[in-house]
Design a binder for this molecule. Structure first.
Ligand SMILES: [Fe+2]
Ligand SMILES: [Fe+2]
Length: 263
């Protein structure tokens, strides 16, 4: 039987977006069916395989996204979101494959489920771009989204603190305003996609928080202060309001975690 990590590794090393989505969903399905062996016989790649397009630009070199309802602003929004979801597939796969041996079967199942969700999110957004006459890869994209993974590859608590509990939680804060804007522009199909994504992302933050709490317990640390110190050490952006407190709380992320270090 193929090992769970070799299946994960294969998905990470698949560059073509549709094929990566297919591979990610296949790993999650095979895992649920018990068709993958609990064996950790290969290492995760440092960098997953990605397609030649989109061109990746350093943060700060991205063309300014205008908030207006212009055609190009709309395309830029959907393209940026598609890229975030594309990278999120690999972030979830890497989480499961890199830290699964230490964290156990529930952890692997949870994050393979997240990877399958991210593949679905990407597919919805790729299709949205196509309905607008464009495609994923047509515009440049943010090249810094793998940095968090790289910075935290040696420490599962740091990875959980930064990826689900900072970056995905940030999505909970900003998505409602995007939904409103998209809805106001008359694009109810687009708003529907974002509502579905927001729902799933609350669950993703919840999965991250649940496993982070286990890490804190194993380390006999106070979860809030452990999280704050890991975020200070490994996250180079700012934790800034406005927060979607109710969505965060639904994911188990209470203000006790982030209120103190927000600015
Ligand atoms: Fe997502
Ligand atoms: Fe997510």
């Amino acid at each position: 039987m193929n090992s769970v990590v070799s299946a994960i590794r294969t998905a990470l090393l698949t560059a073509e977006p549709r094929a990566k989505c297919f591979a990610a969903r296949q790993v999650a399905r095979d895992w649920r069916k018990g068709a993958l062996a609990w064996r950790f016989d290969v290492a995760m790649p440092n960098q997953p395989a990605w397609p030649d397009a989109p061109e990746l630009l350093a943060p700060g070199h991205m063309p300014k996204r205008r908030k207006g309802s212009s055609e190009s602003g709309r395309l830029a929004l959907w393209h940026a979101l598609a890229h975030i979801e594309f990278v999120a597939i690999d972030l979830a796969l890497d989480m499961a494959g890199r830290f699964g041996a230490a964290m156990g079967e529930e952890f692997v199942g949870d994050f393979l489920g997240v990877a399958a969700d991210e593949a679905m999110h990407f597919a919805l957004l790729a299709r949205k771009l196509e309905s607008l006459g464009s495609h994923y890869g047509a515009l440049p994209a943010h090249g810094g989204l793998w940095e968090a993974a790289h910075d935290t590859k040696g420490d599962v608590a740091a990875r959980l603190a930064v990826v689900p509990m900072v970056l995905e939680a940030r999505g909970l804060d900003v998505t409602p305003a995007t939904i409103e804007r998209v809805q106001a522009s008359g694009d109810s199909g687009g708003a529907k996609i974002l509502i579905r994504i927001l729902d799933d992302e609350i669950r993703h933050v919840g999965v991250g928080t649940k496993h982070f709490l286990r890490c804190a317990e194993m380390a006999r640390s106070n979860p809030e202060s452990l999280w704050q110190s890991l975020v200070k050490q490994h996250f180079h952006g700012t934790i800034k309001p406005p927060f979607n407190d109710s969505a965060r709380l639904a994911a188990g992320l209470s203000r006790g975690f982030y209120a103190e270090i927000a600015h």
